[in-house]
Design a protein around this ligand. Structure first.
Ligand code: ZN
Length: 148
């Protein structure tokens, strides 16, 4: 595993849309391993591939209850609302209150290409929304509804 450089605010790549993963090969496994090492070193709870300069629909999340490796993730259901403070490893020191669904249902492939289904609430629901936004070139800054 190797840590990769996290792309910071101001780089236009953060606003680009990532492409679907089609090959479930060793390169994908290496990317996932490197992203996990990078997220852990930065003490974040999520990281999208675009944040290490790779425009592929890949993200890792660890909201405190274990690592999730997400390939081609999609939100397939949502309920309710929550308004909580959010930040991003690409925007060091910046925070704001965002409005997100209280509960999300997500489907994503794993590193072998098998579809997996997730249901999350609280911080983990926010992390899913935040990382999937990154894959569409959307940063949390455009979701901030007030300072906080
Ligand atoms: Zn982020």
């Amino acid at each position: 595993m190797a840590r990769r450089q996290i792309i910071k605010n101001g780089d236009p790549v953060l606003h680009k849309k990532s492409r679907a993963v089609e090959r479930f090969d060793e390169r994908l496994g290496q990317l996932l391993d490197d992203m996990t090492a990078t997220m852990r070193a930065a003490e974040g709870c999520g990281l999208a591939a675009v944040q290490v300069g790779v425009l592929r629909r890949v993200a890792v999340i660890d909201a405190g209850d274990g690592l999730l490796e997400l390939v081609n993730p999609e939100i397939i259901g949502q309920e309710g609302q929550q308004e909580e403070q959010e930040g991003c490893l690409s925007f060091p020191g910046e925070h704001g209150i965002t409005r997100r669904p209280a509960v999300v249902r997500v489907r994503a492939q794993n590193r072998q290409g098998t579809w997996c289904f997730y249901k999350a609430e609280g911080l983990k629901a926010r992390a899913f929304c935040h990382e999937i936004d990154h894959l569409d070139g959307i940063t949390f800054k455009s979701r901030v509804i007030r300072e906080g």
